[in-house]
Design a protein around this ligand. Structure first.
Ligand code: SF4
Ligand code: MSK
Length: 653
């Protein structure tokens, strides 16, 4: 039998804690996804999306040096097959975000109706702001009445069959005008996803350009629809993030306490767990079991959201979820939806961790399910804590926690960025725009997305971001990428020393890190709003496509990332992905995504490279191209522009 290939853990991850646990897992004869990835050679045909199984005349594989040398049995070309596969990734990713957003809206409706006493409207000011942004009257009205109207209005995001989704009102007019011209303003998410699935059925849409048009419409229903509703409603119910110090990395586990971990994407499960672990009765039970207390930690995106909102410690990103269980220190882990590896089940069993699924959408064979009912949230979370306490009392496994943790500042909602840069009396994006115009800040980049065992964990994120800030590019982050950089220590104001002179000066003046974490992957909508605010504040063009900004998902893995990428591109942002790009090169479809959308349709475009330095170069070149088009590429005096000077500059451009 052939020897199994063993890769040095140092080549698989740059996270020292994860590396230690991978070594331990191997010694314990437990397989986690790093080693499964080595064993599972990626299928090269699938990697290029050069296969189709949309009907039983196939599956058809178009393998050839010349992508046009073969066609499917039905005659489908590589462009049709590639576009259909890509579209289904968009549909699935958009469905995940919009279904999550709809759950948040369901919760909001029930809270407003007074049916869930555990939750309330924590941020009435945000409620008013969001309501006003979609045209609801807020002056001299009761909060409950505004909330009821907001629910009715936002439900249209999902169910509307004709017209434009409510948050289209937040899109800069020039960008919206372009969408209208292209016929891609979303109606309602359900309709867009349904139509995209219909069009990609065998024998329906067989023109890649037409398929891409519906991809954009569906992805926009995610970014400016489902995801944006999820973020805004979560802020209204649980509080809008403001900067908060928080620890990340596996060292947040505490051997002497009952360790409870929540992993997934739904803040309501996590918020309820926060109440459960703080309940004096629960703490008493834990102490009676011999623990010093209950230690709640997060993972993945709901973890990033709770870190940003409340400073709850975060134990690691997507590629560390199995590794965390190898510590033997996790007494209970509750998961909800998205990015939950099935492999967790076996690893939990090996280390005697109590693993629970909680959401009706996500069961795992062999894993106990304790359903989370939003009307009685504590039933589920109290039970998970109780079973965790029981496990602590009877701990059989040796505990080995890598003593590594990093402090950082998280919670930069777009509202806070507004306040932070403008100050109490001048709260606006004007200072950000001014600093971009005067060249202290070269541009803004969104670096987001997953980690992926096909590349060295965290490494691409960290190298890319270091390169960007060194070149005076301010970085906004979400999701697993935020955790990669937080572990690398870039979430402290002191990290300004890694930034170029201009960006460092701004960071030092304001007291902020050069890398700002804004939350979970659904919270990418905060980056869209920040981009819109930059347009509305003036001096940087009239549409999002004019801004000196770029996006990247350097270690992406999920279909949600493809939907996110497409909504950034359709919004006007150049977006570069790493790892691999799931379409065949040298095709008309590839040319459309990587060039045509920008040059012929006034959007952004896609880019690809697995190399972080090349990625930074591509993004900076794009930012410089936009600076040049705006006429702000020349060196300028390092002065803050006042309104008059900015007006003059606008007139000159
Ligand atoms: Fe093959 Fe066409 Fe059927 Fe796809 S739809 S499996 S390309 S015959
Ligand atoms: S959890 S989608 S691995 S960011 Fe949102 Fe992380 Fe990517 Fe999942």
């Amino acid at each position: 039998m052939a020897e199994k290939k063993v890769v040095d853990p140092k080549d698989l991850t740059s996270c020292e804690a994860t590396e230690k646990m991978l070594v331990k897992a191997r010694a314990d004869k437990v397989v986690i996804s790093f080693d499964r990835a080595t064993e599972m050679k990626a299928c090269p045909i699938g990697a290029d999306s050069a296969c189709c199984k949309h009907c039983s005349m196939g599956p058809c594989r178009l393998v050839s040096k010349d992508p046009y040398a073969k066609e499917g049995v039905c005659g489908a070309t590589i462009d049709t097959i590639g576009a259909r596969n890509f579209a289904r990734m968009v549909a699935s990713g958009a469905a995940a975000h919009t279904d999550h957003g709809m759950s948040m809206l369901d919760l909001f409706r029930e809270v407003v109706a007074g049916k869930i006493p555990e939750y309330s409207i924590k941020d009435p000011e945000k409620l008013k702001q969001v309501a006003a942004s979609v045209g609801i009257e807020v002056e001299d009205r009761e909060i409950a009445d505004i909330a009821k109207d907001l629910y009715v209005e936002l439900e249209r995001t999902y169910t509307q069959v004709e017209g434009e989704i409510p948050f289209a009102k937040r899109v800069p007019p020039k960008t919206l005008e372009n969408w209208r011209k292209l016929g891609i303003v979303p109606r309602g998410a359900m309709r867009e996803i349904m139509e995209l699935m219909h069009r990609t059925h065998m024998g329906v849409d067989q023109h890649y350009e037409n398929i891409v048009q519906q991809c954009s419409r569906t992805a926009l229903a995610d970014g400016w629809g489902g995801s944006m509703v999820a973020t805004e409603i979560s802020d209204i119910l649980f509080g809008t993030p403001t900067p908060v110090a928080g620890y990340v990395n596996m060292g947040v586990l505490d051997e002497k306490q009952v360790n409870v971990c929540i992993h997934g994407h739904e803040p309501n499960l996590f918020e309820s767990m926060l109440i459960s672990v703080r309940d004096p009765e629960m703490v008493k039970k834990a102490k009676e079991a011999g623990a010093e207390g209950i230690n709640l930690v997060g993972m993945c995106c709901s973890g990033a959201e709770m870190l940003s909102r409340h400073g709850v410690p975060h134990a690691g990103n997507f590629m560390s979820t199995e590794a965390l269980l190898v510590t033997g220190a996790v007494d209970a882990m509750g998961v909800d939806v998205q990015c939950i590896k099935q492999g967790l089940s076996k690893v939990a069993e090996c280390y005697d961790t109590k693993l629970f699924t909680t959401n009706p959408r996500c069961h795992i064979e062999g894993t106990e399910h304790i359903e989370f009912h939003e009307h009685k949230p504590r039933e589920c979370t109290d039970r998970i804590v109780s079973l965790g306490i029981e496990r602590f009392k009877n701990r059989k496994m040796p505990v080995d926690v890598p003593q590594i943790k990093n402090i950082g500042i998280h919670g930069f909602s777009h509202e806070y960025i507004n306040y932070m840069l403008g100050g109490t009396y001048r709260s606006s994006y004007t200072p950000l725009n001014d600093n971009i115009i005067n060249g202290r800040i070269r541009g803004v980049a969104g670096v987001v997305g997953c980690t992926n065992p096909r590349v060295k964990q965290d490494w691409v994120h960290v190298e890319l971001v270091k390169e960007l800030i060194k070149n005076d590019v301010l970085v906004l982050q979400t999701g697993c990428s935020q955790i990669s950089l937080a572990k690398a220590g870039l979430y402290t104001p002191e990290a300004a020393k890694f930034a170029g002179a201009g960006l460092a000066e701004v960071c030092e003046t304001v007291g902020m890190p050069p890398v700002l974490g804004v939350g979970s992957c659904a919270d990418n909508s905060r980056i869209l709003i920040a981009a819109s605010e930059m347009v509305f504040n003036g001096g940087l063009g009239e549409s999002i496509a004019d801004l000196p900004v770029a996006g990247a998902a350097p270690e992406w893995m999920s279909e949600k990332a493809i939907s996110i990428g497409q909504y950034f591109v359709a919004s006007g942002v150049y977006t570069v992905f790493g790892v691999t790009f799931p379409i065949a090169k040298n095709t008309k479809f590839h040319d459309l995504l990587f060039r045509g959308l920008e040059e012929e349709q006034g959007m952004g475009k896609w880019g690809f490279t697995p190399d972080p330095y090349e990625m930074a170069k591509l993004m900076i070149e794009h930012i410089d191209k936009k600076r040049k088009a705006l006429g702000i590429d020349k060196a300028r005096d390092r002065v803050l522009f006042d309104m008059e000077a900015r007006r003059q500059l606008d007139n000159a451009v």
